[in-house]
Design a protein around this ligand. Structure first.
Ligand SMILES: Cc1cc2nc3c(=O)[nH]c(=O)nc-3n(C[C@H](O)[C@H](O)[C@H](O)COP(=O)(O)OP(=O)(O)OC[C@H]3O[C@@H](n4cnc5c(N)ncnc54)[C@H](O)[C@@H]3O)c2cc1C
Length: 433
C-alpha cells in the first residue's frame, strides 16, 4: 500500500514537476554509483558531483518516491527524544561527539542548501518545537538544553504559558524550541535536490530499479533490467524499501508504516490561533502528536495506526479524531489528503553507515529524523569518498550491518507497541508527572 499512496499526498499536489531523469539504457561508468534517490542518495550525489567526482544515481521509481517525498517535512536538528548529545556520546564513544555536532548543524545545512540552490520548497526556518506531555519529560528537555549549551549550541526552553501561546492549544508542561529547525515541502525539496545534483554534473536515472550488484575486477557492476553501470564504489541508500536487493541491510531495520493526513484548508482565524509562529510541533509522547501548517492553510498530522483493512480510511478517521481531541475547538472538518510511507527504524534509533563489502557501502536508519540528518550525512559521505574527510573523522562507525534479533517477528513489533504506548502516554498526561 505504501507504494500506492505517493500520488495521493498533499506534497505531490503542491510540488513543482520532477526534473527529467530518463531510465538507464545500455552501459555506463562512474566513480560512484548510488542506489536510491531519497534525500540521502540525492545529497550524496549533489555533494560528490560538486567535488568533481562522476556519479550516477539509480532510482527504482522517481526522486523522492520513498519516505523523503512523503514525510511531514519537519526539519529537526536532533535525534529521538531519548537520544541527546550525552546519550549519543555514551553509545558511540569517539564518533558520538562528531555525530552530535553534525546533528546540531543539520537544520542550518538544509536551509543553507535550499538558499544556495534556490530550491522552491516552501521552506520556513521558523524553529522546531517539542512540548513536554509530562513533568518527567520536561526535565529531560531541560537537561537536553544543558547538554546542547555545554557544546556551545543554544536551544530555548519555554515555560507552560509561552508553550501554550506558541502552540495555540493544549496544556503542556513547557517545551524545547530549536530555532534552527523548521519545515519544508519534502517532495519539492527532493526534486530540488535532484535538479541541483543534475546541474552539478550528476547523472540520475529514474524508473531504473537495481536488480543486482556484482563484483567486477576492482569495482562493481550495478544492473537494472535495461542497463548497467560500472563503478569503483557503490552506495545503497534504499532505506526501508531495500527489499531483496540486500538482505543484510533489510534485516538491520524494522519497517514502520506511518500515515499522514492533511485537512481541508482552514479559516484565517484558525491560522492565526494555532501555531501562530508556524513552528512545526512534535510532542514528547511515545506516539508523538505532531502538527504543522501546510503552505496552503491545512493542518498536517499523522502517526501509526493498527494494521487492518482499508487502512487509509481508518487512518483518516483516527487522525481527525486525534486532532479534535487535542484541539476541541476545531469542529468538524474533512481530510482532503491521506497517504503513508515507511520509516526504516533501528532498535537504538541511531542511523547506520555500513560496509557490505569492500567498496560497497550502505547508509540506512535515519528513523523519523531523516529530513535534516540524511541531508547532512550525504554531505559527509561525499566528503569521505572525495577524500575531504578522513575515515577516522567520520561521524558514524563503519561496521558490518547487524540484523535485528528475531527480525521476522520484530517486524510486527510496532503494531504491538502502539496500544501500549498510547496507554502509557495517556496515563502520564493524566497524572501530569
Ligand atoms: C510518514 C513519514 C513521516 C516522516 N516525517 C519526518 C519528519 O517530519 N522529519 C524527519 O526528519 N523525518 C521524517 N520521516 C523520516 C524521513 O522521511 C526519512 O528518514 C528519510 O526520508 C529517509 O531518506 P532516505 O533517502 O534514506 O530514504 P528514502 O527516501 O526512503 O529513499 C529510498 C529510495 O530508494 C529507492 N529504491 C529502493 N530500492 C531500490 C532499488 N532496488 N533500485 C533503485 N532504487 C531503489 C526507493 O524508491 C526510494 O526512492 C518521516 C517518514 C515517514 C514515512
Amino acid at each position: 500500500m505504501a507504494t500506492e499512496t505517493f500520488q495521493r499526498s498533499l506534497w505531490s499536489s503542491l510540488a513543482p514537476p520532477a526534473p527529467r531523469t530518463p531510465p538507464l539504457s545500455g552501459s555506463g561508468k562512474a566513480d560512484v554509483a548510488i542506489v536510491g534517490a531519497g534525500f540521502l542518495g540525492l545529497s550524496t550525489a549533489l555533494h560528490l558531483a560538486e567535488s568533481g567526482a562522476s556519479v550516477v544515481l539509480l532510482e527504482a521509481e522517481e526522486p523522492g518516491f520513498g519516505a523523503s517525498g512523503r514525510n511531514t517535512g519537519f526539519v529537526v536538528p536532533s535525534l529521538r527524544t531519548s537520544l541527546g548529545p550525552t546519550d549519543i556520546r555514551d553509545r558511540l564513544g569517539e564518533h558520538g561527539e562528531r555525530l552530535t555536532a553534525l546533528v546540531g548543524q543539520s537544520g542550518d545545512i538544509v536551509f543553507d542548501l535550499i538558499r544556495r540552490h534556490g530550491i522552491a520548497c516552501s521552506a520556513e526556518q521558523t524553529g522546531w518545537m517539542q512540548p513536554a506531555h509530562s513533568a518527567t519529560m520536561m526535565r529531560v528537555l531541560e537537561a537536553r538544553q544543558g547538554d546542547w549549551a555545554a557544546r556551545g549550541r543554544s536551544v530555548l526552553i519555554l515555560d507552560a504559558a509561552e508553550t501554550k501561546r506558541r502552540a495555540g492549544f493544549g496544556s503542556y508542561h513547557g517545551a524545547l524550541l530549536d530555532p534552527t529547525g523548521g519545515q519544508i515541502n519534502p517532495l519539492a525539496y527532493a526534486r530540488g535536490l535532484a535538479t541541483a545534483a543534475l546541474a552539478a554534473g550528476a547523472v540520475i536515472h529514474a524508473a531504473s530499479r537495481v536488480i543486482a550488484i556484482d563484483r567486477q575486477g576492482e569495482g562493481w557492476r550495478v544492473r537494472t533490467a535495461s542497463g548497467e553501470i560500472r563503478a569503483g564504489r557503490v552506495l545503497l541508500t534504499t532505506n526501508a524499501l531495500v527489499g531483496c536487493l540486500n538482505p543484510a541491510m533489510a534485516s538491520s531495520v524494522i519497517p514502520v508504516l506511518v500515515h499522514q493526513i492533511a485537512t481541508e484548508p482552514l479559516s484565517e482565524d484558525l491560522r492565526r490561533d494555532i501555531l501562530p509562529g508556524r513552528s512545526p510541533l512534535a510532542d514528547t509522547r511515545r506516539h508523538t502528536f505532531a502538527l504543522r501548517w501546510s503552505p496552503d492553510g491545512r493542518l498536517v498530522t499523522g502517526g501509526m495506526v493498527l494494521p487492518g483493512p482499508a487502512s487509509l480510511a481508518r487512518a483518516s478517521r483516527a487522525f481527525l479524531k486525534r486532532l479534535r481531541h487535542f484541539l476541541p475547538g476545531l469542529g468538524t472538518m474533512r481530510a482532503d489528503f491521506v497517504w503513508n510511507g515507511v520509516i526504516a527504524a533501528t532498535l537504538d534509533q541511531m542511523p547506520r553507515f555500513v560496509e557490505l563489502a569492500p567498496g560497497l557501502d550502505g547508509a540506512i536508519g535515519c528513523n523519523g529524523r531523516g529530513v535534516a540528518l540524511t541531508t547532512a550525512l550525504g554531505r559527509e559521505i561525499a566528503g569521505l569518498y572525495a577524500g575531504r574527510i578522513a575515515a577516522d573523522a567520520f561521524p558514524l562507525p563503519h561496521g558490518r550491518p547487524e540484523a535485528v534479533p528475531g527480525h521476522f517477528l520484530a517486524r510486527h513489533g510496532p503494531a504491538l507497541w502502539l496500544p501500549w504506548s498510547n496507554w502509557r502516554d495517556h496515563l502520564e498526561s493524566a497524572r501530569g508527572n
